[in-house]
Design a binder for this molecule. Sequence first.
Ligand code: UD1
Ligand code: MG
Length: 458
Amino acid sequence: MTSTDPNMPSSPRSCLAIVLAAGEGTRMKSSKPKVLHQVANRSMLGHVLAALKAAGATGTAVVIGPDHEDVAKETQKALPEARIFVQRDRLGTAHAVLSAREALEQRTDDVIVAYGDTPLVLPETFAKLRAPLAEGAAVVAMGFEAKDPTGYGRFITSGDQLLAIREHKDATESERAITLCNGGLMAIRGDLALALLDRVKNDNAKGEYYLTDLVEIARDLGHRAAIAVVPEEEVHGINDRAQLAAAERMIQDRLRHEAMAAGVTLVAPETVFFSHDTRLGQDVVVEPHVVFGPDVVVEAGVVIHSFSHLEGARIASGAGIGPFARLRPGASIGPKAKVGNFVEIKNTELGAGAKVSHLTYLGDASIGAEANIGAGTITCNYDGFGKHRTQIGEGAFIGSNSALVAPISIGKGAFVGSGSVITDDIPDDALGLGRGRQIVKEGWAIEFREKALAAKKK
Ligand code: UD1
Ligand code: MG
């Protein structure tokens, strides 16, 4: 295709996305608004906003309920450029969309409506939804084949034409038998959106302003309505905790498949839990029962052994983690370093090839390359008021069961004797010992036993 092709748009179509997030979510039985509940460590709303951004929305409006300051905050965090509108009275989906009237007045080519409680929609689905608009359709509704259509709006069709969407409560017996249902997402031609929305009335079983009425309104005005069909999973809406758990299952499955497709070995994928932002390099091996919290980056060739829990961590190539390791925010593990069982690491850089093999806590520390941290080492980083740093030089050797009282610095190549409580800095290549001196009494046991036996015979 050349740039002179008359069918080639000179620039991508502009698109306003309106996200309806005014739901109370009473069935969640929660003190926080429904759309703030998380799947894969990101709020439902955050997922929707990220997908819209990836889909190329040029503007976004989020419609929130009154007194939902925290939803406004989450919106600002997830997508700072989004505009926020408040729907004071909950009078239906069309009314909610019209709450963003000011945004609609700034005409875009396309308008898409998404729900804040439907977080599994993929960016490419938004593109699929918009596509018929470029071919002249006035409205495009997102449909799916429902296993159980109860409660959903039904698509009334003729061939590939969408004639109307009938809400469950308003549908006749025969209409209720239809299984092609409305997923809720809709795309509307930007130049028509306000005119169509302003025609919606609330003369239906619920007395609400239905967004779904746009289909018939557009057709009455001589326009065409189209359908985009997606798998039911993508339009999975969340109203209660069981549906939230189902969404988590689906999103975890996606993340597992993505990881494996990118060259990661998951020995038992169904037991590994990812965060939406987990990044894993090629040939990473994740053994069964590993949990990734937010913000973890793992480079190529790392092995994460079973029962490890990681969040806010960076792991360089070739390192080994676990089993039973806990990496907390600020853990930065160098190339080929080893973190063994029952080791907790927080806000600490572990140098290349360093080893922390067993039963250790490292917090607020910096450990040089090739250092060896013995079993049971503890950085005493907290004095009840503030946190203090521990510095350990390259190639240092920390004997087992030592307490390093921060702030403290242990030099390159230095040794710490086992069982020490170290409170003073140790220079390079020195030995630091901080423990009771051992004494040995020859023959003491013989004398002791004789006395004890004699006492017993009395
Ligand atoms: C809606 C659709 C139905 C579709 C179903 C898919 C309409 C009229 N019906 O029905 O065809 O099958 O979704 O899940 O659109 N909201 C507001 N303000 C309101 C009303 C709703 O923000 O005044 C938000 C809700 O928080 C929710 C979304 O809009 O995120 C959908 O509203 P809901 O009441 O769940 O609509 P349904 O009856 O499920
Ligand atoms: Mg609903």
